[in-house]
Design a protein around this ligand. Structure first.
Ligand code: ADP
Ligand code: ADP
Length: 221
């Protein structure tokens, strides 16, 4: 569950401007939500708050049932590990092959090669990249890189998955493939939030939507 109560956000470098203000919404556990709005509306900022990269300036925020402001600092990494993130520009580690990119979150958790191999292999198979396990990210197509990023985001079984313009650099066929994987995560019980400035995607895949404009919520439905 994700709950924003009167959330406001002002960036330190933001010249006093509110990037977000007065945001109130609730995302139920297991929901799939589109986060819509034009460029600059605040979509990335909302996702940044949700995956705990950014702290709100005002208001109250609960993520996966935890009141984030009241949490001890030391408890944040544990909560972060339960949140998967996908970016438009993939953010893969270029010096690691496909397998190692997916393995990394599990290695950071301290799992041994023996214990993580089955999960990494399963994720690579799920996104259709098992045959490319040894490939460097730069040798993969954009669609393949995004599917790899998705495998890395979900290998630790997050309860919440947020994707920021995950199809922004992809052609139609590759975009549909990525959206299909995100919807499958939702079907398997993950809470999924996908930001896009596209009007076509939510038409093709109807789901509840949060619509932002100039840092405010226009509608929720
Ligand atoms: P979107 O993802 O919908 O394009 P953003 O969340 O990126 O919107 O941006 C919302 C507003 O916040 C914009 O006015 C943008 O310029 C501002 N903004 C975003 N990130 C920062 C930042 N790090 N510092 C200052 N202002 C920012
Ligand atoms: P084999 O048993 O055939 O020698 P491994 O058990 O090492 O192969 O790995 C099986 C497959 O899993 C490899 O072909 C490779 O694609 C992938 N794999 C396993 N570990 C790694 C790794 N550290 N780096 C890249 N790929 C790996």
């Amino acid at each position: 569950m994700v709950r924003f109560t009167n959330i406001g956000l002002r960036y330190p470098e933001g010249r006093g401007q509110w990037a977000l203000s007065g945001l109130d919404f609730l995302l139920e556990t297991g929901s799939f939500t589109w986060l819509l709005g034009p460029s600059g509306a605040g979509k990335s900022s909302v996702l940044g708050l949700m995956h705990l990269a950014v702290r709100p300036t005002a208001g109250r925020m609960e993520v996966l049932g935890q009141d984030v402001a009241r949490m001890r600092r030391g408890a944040l990494p544990g909560l972060r590990r339960r949140i998967g993130v996908v970016f438009q520009d993939y953010r893969l580690l270029p010096h690691l092959n496909a397998y190692e990119n997916v393995a990394l979150p599990l290695r950071i958790q301290g799992l041994t090669e023996q214990r993580l191999r089955a999960d990494v292999t399963e994720m690579l198979r799920w996104v259709g990249l098992l045959e490319r396990a040894d490939a460097a990210p730069a040798s993969l197509s954009g669609g393949e890189q995004q599917r790899l990023a998705l495998a890395r985001a979900v290998v630790a079984r997050p309860a919440l998955l947020v994707a920021d313009e995950p199809t922004g650099n992809l052609d139609g066929a590759q975009a549909r493939r990525v959206i299909a994987l995100l919807r499958e995560m939702h079907r398997l019980g993950t809470t999924v939030v996908v930001a896009t400035h596209s009007e076509a995607l939510p038409e093709e895949y109807p789901a509840p939507a949060l619509r932002l404009e100039a840092g405010r919520l226009l509608s929720h439905g």
